[in-house]
Ligand binder design. Structure first.
Ligand SMILES: [Zn+2]
Length: 411
């Protein structure tokens, strides 16, 4: 397959005006200037289109897609936890499935081709993976904080499941939910499983920060009442448990990190741990400013994610990354457009252990690419990408175009 477009933005080099991408067996074999393209026997001229790598959403919860607008921005994070537990209790299997697949459809429609997703329903996952062309990295969520004696049995079952299941075009990982919903013993077991990617919410809210640093506050009280042993709280960072368990590693995606301090950030940078920032979710909770510049200048690999649609202020929000890029740009003046686009392409590819395979249009990469309308009113290609609104014109995962299929059938 040979595609010609007004502009090709491969991310591994500069934009190519009047460029081409050649694809064989789902992989990119050649990218360059149309004037230098050999063998033009059969080709598709896409016209005024900007071709670029499919976007990578490093953190999402597809299952909450249909809960968009269901929980107004709360007064506190603890209040929100209680609200989401109530909402989840009313979701049956059919609604769960519909919501998960609607999220996958929206993601593809808006140019995301790979999703780092937190998954809670192992019993439904195989059929969900099979029902979408979206490339999924499924992080199996684990919540375990009441009884240490349950850890060996729980971990044994999890390891067995991980060894027997895998999405056809993606990967499987583990998500110990958060420091407050897990225990040291379980985190240590996760550390021992470091041959799989790990995703964990850490230092998301001021209440979590207070629970671990001060040994008090609303969240601390809530978990005391629920029977959690809180001897790991007080006088330490929310990151401490993950450090002690040996979780900080290049395979680890630390999600949020809004309340990390300079020592935490130095430990993250040294261990090459990846950080995922979710700008719209951050805005929904009105967290303190995300320490983006400090992380960047410490050398942290920063990625963007959406989190779920239930933490969006606008009930019309879609599961897409262009709005995340724009909000990040608005909150971080001086950040280059190129660096912002890297946070949804090259950086998450590295975080997910797929550097050079996705997130770039490189020889040998998987042919995951999208086409945006070429907007002649914007001079910079990078700004054109960040300013894009609405669905995209072309979506391809591993050489297969899915626009018409996904829009017509609702998968
Ligand atoms: Zn999340």
């Amino acid at each position: 397959m040979l595609l010609r477009a007004r502009c090709v933005y491969p991310m591994v080099g500069l934009p190519i005006e009047d460029g081409y991408v050649r694809i064989i067996d789902g992989h990119i074999v050649d990218v360059g200037l149309w004037s230098e393209c050999g063998d033009r026997n059969e080709y598709q001229d896409l016209g005024d289109v900007l071709l670029m790598p499919g976007l990578i959403n490093a953190h999402c919860h597809l299952e909450y897609t249909n809960l968009v607008g269901a929980i107004p921005p709360p007064e506190s994070f603890t209040e929100w936890i209680q609200a989401i537990i109530e909402k989840k209790a009313g979701i049956d299997d059919s609604s769960f499935r519909q919501s998960w697949l609607e999220g996958a459809r929206q993601a593809l429609d808006y140019g995301t081709t790979t999703m780092g997703n937190v998954d809670t329903r192992c019993d439904l996952l195989s059929s969900l993976w099979a029902a979408t062309p979206l490339r999924i990295i499924s992080f199996i969520e684990s919540i375990l904080f009441e009884n240490d004696r349950e850890v060996p049995e729980f971990v044994g079952k999890l390891k067995t499941w991980l060894s027997e299941n895998k999405p056809a075009n993606g990967k499987i990982g583990v998500s110990p939910h958060a420091p407050y919903t897990t225990k040291p013993g379980f985190l240590q077991e996760c550390g021992a499983m470091l041959n799989v990617p790990i995703s964990m919410h850490i230092a998301e809210s001021s209440e979590e920060n207070q629970m671990f640093r001060d040994g008090g506050g609303d969240m601390w009280e809530m978990f005391c009442e629920s029977g959690r042993d809180v001897s790991d709280c007080g006088g330490r960072s929310p990151l401490a448990g993950a450090i002690e368990a040996g979780l900080l590693d290049k395979q680890m995606l630390l999600v949020h990190g809004n309340y990390l301090d300079s020592r935490d950030i130095a430990a993250i940078a040294k261990s090459k741990t990846n950080v995922v920032h979710c700008p719209r979710s951050h805005d929904y909770f009105r967290h303190r400013a995300f320490p983006a510049h400090e992380m960047k200048y410490s050398g942290v690999n920063l990625c963007l994610g959406t989190d779920s649609l239930v933490t969006m202020r606008d009930p019309e929000s879609k599961l897409e990354l262009f709005s995340e890029m724009r909000l990040f740009r608005d909150n971080n003046p001086g950040w280059s457009s190129r660096n912002i686009i890297e946070m949804v392409t090259i950086n998450p590819a590295k975080a997910l252990g797929m550097e050079g395979e996705i997130g770039c249009l490189n020889t040998g990469a998987k042919a995951d690419l999208i086409g945006l309308p070429f907007d002649t009113t914007i001079n910079s290609v990078e700004e054109m990408i960040i300013e894009h609104r609405g669905s995209v014109e072309l979506v391809m995962v591993e050489g297969q175009s899915f626009n018409e299929v996904s829009r017509a059938s609702g998968i």
